[in-house]
Design a protein around this ligand. Structure first.
Ligand SMILES: NC(=O)c1ccc[n+]([C@@H]2O[C@H](COP(=O)([O-])OP(=O)(O)OC[C@H]3O[C@@H](n4cnc5c(N)ncnc54)[C@H](O)[C@@H]3O)[C@@H](O)[C@H]2O)c1
Length: 402
């Protein structure tokens, strides 16, 4: 096949998550959307067919049996990621798997084994704030050595993630829900990318203290140490009382009252979460919107919250336009171009997989990278359970050239 031939992609799971990458897949000339699978929302399949002219299937198995499909983009709920990826690998399909790669180390290993057996390409990390243009720009400054060596990273986020409409699997830890399984990859991928990838150990506590969300953690505080001794603190509070947007000069949290109202309604059992979530999903009128989200607010870099990187002779933090660099001359705001505007751009991930398939280029965010990120998630939960430092075993470095 010609090295520039269009890649025929099938999408598994046409929910809210799919609305983030569908515009990228639709826009890139290297990609053709040919099929989709969704087992619960036939109306989304009809919307897909009328928009792209492809085939809609009621199961991931049927999608993977379609000979036209070359690669499957998996965006089903977390508890199905491993099973769906193994089905795709066994059918000889290349895979782009949303975070997390699996919800246990054993699941991640099974995916890795299936992919290695079948010889397909798997992109299992990325699609987080870790691949945003801001994060790339910060890494470039670190790698240039202009501020001296990397010494510490601190990332603290406060959001209302737990107060948005959620399906049980999004907020139930036993099904891969809660902030550790759902949100931590944004911080972990960013931190691992900036620090070189190799996390040595994790000590963490998780918190689950709100009655409106009894089944999954809405908080974690983690201390990570890289192999070279660089320390990292990562904190996430998703209960929605305080929002860290208030801490940046370009931000203002205008959502206190609506979140308080939502919290009261949830406690009174008056929120129809299925209907709220449905409004955000592919093929629904509010497609792609976050209910109760940030549409009316200035943008701040993703789910990272307060984010400060310390080097030997300076600090870096993200700004609205790019990043502030504090060094021996004072402070400057360096612009970072954002090709896709404030939204999530997934061009680099799509092209990473495309180039791996068509030109056999090595993947950065391969199965081993995805498993290493999932290992940090698992270690946060495990450390909190055991109240001990967890030593990691599956870490891989950022490959040269990235
Ligand atoms: N920025 C991000 O990284 C980001 C944002 C949102 C969602 N996501 C990821 O997307 C995934 C889905 O989350 P969501 O918020 O879109 O949930 P969702 O409920 O909106 O979407 C899931 C979709 O999959 C379908 N589905 C459920 N079970 C299925 C099955 N067994 N086979 C086929 N289809 C099935 C559902 O009908 C639904 O349309 C999660 O893994 C989540 O982590 C990532």
């Amino acid at each position: 096949m010609a090295s520039d031939a269009v890649l025929k992609v099938g999408v598994a799971g046409l929910g809210f998550g799919s609305t983030e990458f569908m515009p990228t897949l639709e826009r890139l000339p290297q990609i053709e959307l040919v099929a989709a699978a969704d087992s619960l929302r036939p109306h989304a399949l009809r919307a897909f067919e009328s928009r792209y002219g492809g085939h809609g299937y009621a199961s991931v198995e049927e999608l993977c049996a379609d000979p036209e499909v070359e690669a499957v983009w998996i965006s089903t709920p977390n508890q199905f990621h491993a099973e769906n990826a193994i089905t795709a690998a066994e059918a000889g399909k290349h895979i782009l798997l949303r975070k997390p790669m699996g919800v246990s180390m054993e699941e991640c290993q099974r995916v890795l084994d299936a992919v290695e057996r079948s010889g397909v390409k798997l992109l299992a990390g990325g699609q987080t704030q870790g691949t945003s243009p801001h994060t790339h720009a910060v890494r470039k400054v670190i790698a240039s050595g202009e501020l001296g060596g990397l010494r510490a990273i601190n990332v603290w986020a406060y959001t209302g993630w737990m107060l948005r409409p959620r399906m049980p699997q999004e907020v139930d830890e036993s099904m891969g829900g809660g902030v550790v399984w759902r949100q931590a990859p944004h911080q972990i991928e960013t931190v691992r990318y900036l620090g070189g990838g190799l996390v040595r150990s994790v000590r963490a506590m998780t918190g689950r203290w709100r009655p409106e969300r009894p089944d999954g953690s809405g908080y974690y505080a983690a201390y990570l140490e890289f192999e070279d001794g660089t320390p990292v603190t990562m904190v996430y509070n998703a209960y929605g009382y305080f929002d860290s947007v208030d801490l940046v000069s370009w931000g203002e949290d205008k959502g206190h009252e609506s979140r308080a109202k939502t919290r009261k309604a949830m406690l009174a059992g008056e929120v129809d979460e299925e209907a709220g979530k449905e409004r955000t999903r592919f093929g629904s009128p509010g497609e792609g919107s976050i209910v109760g989200g940030r549409a009316d607010r200035p943008w701040m870099p993703g789910n990272l919250g307060v984010f400060i990187v310390s080097c030997e002779s300076g600090d870096i933090r993200m700004s609205a336009a790019g990043m502030y660099i504090y060094d021996d001359e004072g402070m400057r705001d360096v612009a970072v171009p954002q090709p896709g505007g404030a939204g999530m751009t997934l061009d680099s991930e799509v092209m990473e997989l495309y180039d791996a398939i068509r030109s056999d280029k090595p993947l950065f965010h391969d199965g081993r990278w995805g498993m290493a990120t999932a290992e940090v998630q698992w270690a946060i939960i495990e450390s909190a359970k055991q109240r001990k430092e967890i030593m990691l075993q599956h870490q891989v470095p950022v490959p040269p050239g990235f």
